[in-house]
Design a protein around this ligand. Sequence first.
Ligand code: AMP
Ligand code: ZN
Length: 115
Amino acid sequence: MNADPNCIFCKIVAGQIPSKKVHEDELVLAFHDIHPWAPVHVLVIPKQHIATLADVGPEHSALLGHMLGLAPRLMRELGVDNGFRTVINTGRDGGQEVYHLHMHVMGGPRPWARG
Ligand code: AMP
Ligand code: ZN
């Protein structure tokens, strides 16, 4: 699968950097964010390296739908039953720090550390 050897999330996909996995299938990986903003904070990433949401095309529609559709299922499995927030930061002005597409999914009782 398309990978960038310098990308931290590609290294997580390859198992070269450890993560607290919550879900894995042929298309995506989901794991706990290392600096959670909320009681439950997971990242859903494609296994293939796509730098940002600005880089997706029509060929990625099924992948994006799969990522979004996983959010409610993961939150349910993690015991989040009162709503959750989904965020995709894109590019510099979007506040993106890791340039491998990822969707934040956050839930749990407030107050949260951020947001
Ligand atoms: P963003 O600003 O959307 O690019 O957010 C990147 C997120 O990745 C931040 O919330 C970081 O805490 C998280 N992160 C960075 N490195 C790791 C890692 N090794 N394992 C889990 N989460 C990470
Ligand atoms: Zn990557």
